[in-house]
Design a protein around this ligand. Structure first.
Ligand code: NAD
Ligand code: TYD
Length: 357
């Protein structure tokens, strides 16, 4: 079954100036010239219009600056634009920040999502079937795994961080609006993404930035925590497939079957950086520094994405080593981007996060 692929769909993408959102906007703006895409983003520290320089002049793309927490603004936006569908990515997304400031995560991730759901429900209530609300979520809602097993779509929610608790809550609201009001809603839960335009507070871009500048690479605890990494463009392709083909009310897990302990990943990254920076082998790894563990640190995430692969035919396109090398190349080639996002408030955040450890 294919969900309506209307000739002139008007699509709201929230959080399109962020890491994953910018890849989704780029994919949709290029692939669907007949869609009118409105990118709504508050431009927090994580939102950056430089991520969309290659898209901003396209005639099917519009940017709107705004906050999803502001209900009357959101209602007005829906009334003006008459969106056909929504792909909702806007969120506070960093676990460490959620530990320092949980309320901000409740506001954007929970209240912001409910504001969008209310606006969609009110605008579309005459005919839900021609509209879709797609909520982009994370595998972190499932909690943590031991040494074996994988998260499936039926794994019980068991979030541990304020970030994952806020995302779990928003997922529940999306399902509730489907079950209670009949809103056409779909959810996907994806594993850790990596690739270009990733804000350097997350493990991979932070480490690339630090290695390049001969600064220490902070590894939480013993570095034995495991994450399942997916190339961000493969996530964007999966979002395209799910948006257009999923049954209303369905959920899909998205992941690359690509588990790495943090320390093994960082060793691989150091090897690539040595090569790219013409350093002697082993030079970058000397920067590895074990620091105090993150509170409530989930041990292992692993996603079973077989439902998506079998039902909708999506598969990841890149091997990790290749994707990581491409990512390093992007950061080394885009020094200006990195310098812009690491000036100003970034320095303050970095000091607060790492010097107190
Ligand atoms: P990000 O932090 O890079 O980007 C978030 C974007 O949302 C930013 O552009 C920011 O300005 C915007 N935003 C934040 N608060 C807002 C508000 N109140 N109103 C409007 N815009 C606001 O995040 P990301 O890594 O691109 O993640 C995007 C989505 O994907 C999130 O919902 C996240 O939970 C989910 N996700 C992320 C990952 C990952 O590995 N990064 C994995 C799975 C799912
Ligand atoms: P992160 O990129 O913050 O993603 P998430 O917490 O959503 O999985 O962290 C990935 C892993 O790397 C996680 O186990 C925490 C760890 N980590 C470090 O060891 N050092 C760091 O400086 C950061 C940011 C993360």
């Amino acid at each position: 079954m294919e969900f309506i692929r209307m000739a002139n769909k008007k699509l709201l993408i929230t959080g399109g100036a962020g890491f994953i959102g910018s890849h989704v906007v780029r994919l949709f703006a290029n692939k669907y010239p007949n869609y009118q895409i409105v990118n709504l983003d508050k431009l927090t520290y994580a939102g950056n219009l430089e991520n969309l320089k290659d898209v901003e002049k396209k005639s099917n793309y519009t940017f709107v600056k705004g906050d999803i927490v502001d209900a009357s603004f959101i209602n007005e936006l829906f009334a003006i634009h008459k969106f056909d569908s929504v792909i909702h990515l806007a969120a506070e997304s960093h676990v460490d920040r959620s530990i320092s400031n949980p309320l901000e995560f409740v506001m954007t991730n929970v209240i912001g999502t409910v504001n969008l759901l209310n606006a969609a429900k009110n605008e579309w209530k005459e005919n839900f079937s021609d509209h879709r609300f797609y909520h982009v979520s994370t595998d972190e809602v499932y909690g943590t795994l031991g040494e074996t097993g994988m998260f499936t779509e039926t794994t019980a929610y068991d979030p541990h961080s304020p970030y994952s608790a806020s995302k779990a809550s928003s997922d529940h609201f999306v399902r509730a609006y489907h079950d209670t009001y009949g809103l056409d809603a779909v959810i996907s839960n994806c594993s850790n993404n990596y690739g270009s335009h990733h804000f350097p507070e997350k493990l991979i871009p932070l480490s690339i930035h630090n290695i390049k500048n001969n600064k220490s690479i902070p590894i939480y605890g013993k570095g034995e925590n495991i994450r399942d990494w997916l190339w961000v463009e493969d996530h964007a392709r999966a979002i395209d497939v799910v948006f257009h083909n999923a049954k209303s009310g369905s959920t899909y897990n998205i992941g690359g079957h690509n588990e790495w302990t943090n320390i093994d990943l960082i060793h691989l990254l150091c090897k690539i950086m040595d090569k790219k920076l013409n350093r002697a082998e082993g030079e970058s790894a000397k920067l590895i520094t074990y620091v105090k563990d993150r509170a409530g640190h989930d041990l292992r995430y692993a996603i079973d994405s077989s439902k998506l692969q079998k039902e909708l035919g999506w598969t990841p396109s890149l091997q990790f080593e290749e994707g990581l090398e491409k990512t390093v190349d992007w950061y080394l080639d885009n020094e200006e981007w990195l310098n812009h996002v690491t000036s100003g408030n970034y320095k303050k955040y970095y000091e607060e996060q790492y010097t107190k450890r």
